[in-house]
Design a protein around this ligand. Structure first.
Ligand SMILES: C[S@@+](CC[C@H](N)C(=O)[O-])C[C@H]1O[C@@H](n2cnc3c(N)ncnc32)[C@H](O)[C@@H]1O
Length: 297
């Protein structure tokens, strides 16, 4: 960091936090305060409580060096969670890899919606078999498994590397026994029947990919973002194929882009589903929908 402010060696937790916060603000991090805490706590092995109760605690030369290196990556546009290599989602710690989307807080809206349904299914059938299409880090499936001990899940992805990360995440979170990672192009190689199909598919229209922030464009994999010309390709695939894998009384829950609710509703309606519930994210935008097949007769 030659021409920039050096983080003084012999720094304390408090001086380090302040210096890191200042440097993050200079490189326009959205929430410099929060990111500074994440980096300092991770590389010094301390907690928020330590920063408050023991601000004069000295920090090691090694931690300062690691934070310097992390700040260089952050200045080059890498998101803070990519630098850490993991992020928290629904109370779980999930490892990230170059082929996995960084799970977003918005997706917790889908988990909340699916969780209520999973519990309803367990109450009536004593089990819940979940299929997570486009599992990435395993975020949605593993969050549901963590909340519903009777459930088991298959996580599908096109990317082998994403599946390896999802398996690791199942291990880290103690869910190896109840989670299977399967390579498939959506439903093509999926066997068997499920009580609940969940998905956060890629839903950005191809032409809009260039307008995404640099952090997203350069660090989330394109295969996790590109939803085809109108962003809806994969809702069509899922709606068309889900019938063959859904138990009677089963449900499908998907995340959508904030402006895709009616288009996705129409796609599922065309395939014989009715909208049972919808949910909004913390910003009040439509974000998740739950469908069930319309009963005939
Ligand atoms: C928006 S990401 C969602 C990841 C994760 N479920 C989450 O919510 O954080 C979409 C995922 O779909 C996967 N995907 C893309 N095309 C696919 C396909 N043809 N078949 C299966 N999965 C696919 C991507 O690799 C990516 O992991």
């Amino acid at each position: 960091m030659a021409e920039r402010e050096e983080i003084a060696l012999g720094a304390t937790l408090d001086t380090l936090l302040k210096a890191v916060r200042r440097q993050l603000a200079e490189c326009r991090a959205e929430d410099a305060d929060f990111e500074a805490r994440l980096l300092v706590e991770h590389f010094t092995g301390t907690s928020r409580t330590d920063a408050i109760s023991d601000p004069d605690r000295p920090v090691t030369r090694q931690a300062v060096g690691e934070i310097d290196a992390a700040l260089a990556r952050r200045r080059a546009g890498e998101p803070v969670y990519r630098i850490l290599g993991f992020r928290e989602f629904y109370g779980l710690t999930l490892k990230l890899s170059p082929q996995t989307l960084e799970p977003r807080p918005d997706t917790e809206t889908l988990v909340d919606l699916a969780l209520a349904e999973a519990r309803r299914i367990v109450a009536s059938r004593g089990r819940c078999r979940i299929l997570d299409l486009g599992t990435g880090t395993g975020a949605i499936a593993l969050a549901l498994l963590s909340m519903v001990p009777e459930a088991e899940a298959v996580g599908v992805d096109i990317s082998e590397e994403a599946l390896a990360t999802a398996r690791t995440n199942a291990d880290i979170n103690g869910q190896r026994e109840r989670f299977v990672a399967l390579r498939s192009n959506w439903l093509t190689d999926v066997d068997g029947m499920f009580d609940l199909i969940v998905s956060n598919p890629p839903y950005i229209p191809t032409a809009d990919l260039e307008t995404l922030s640099r952090e997203v464009r350069e660090h989330d994999p394109r295969a996790a973002l590109d939803g085809g010309a109108d962003g809806l390709d994969f809702y069509r695939s899922i709606a068309a194929g889900a019938h063959r894998h859904l138990e009677g009384e089963g449900a499908v829950a998907v995340e959508t882009g904030y402006n895709q609710k009616s288009a996705v509703e129409a796609i599922f309606a065309k395939e014989g589903y009715s909208t049972v519930r919808t949910a909004r994210d913390l910003g009040g935008r439509d974000r998740a929908m739950l469908f069930m097949p319309v009963r005939s007769g």
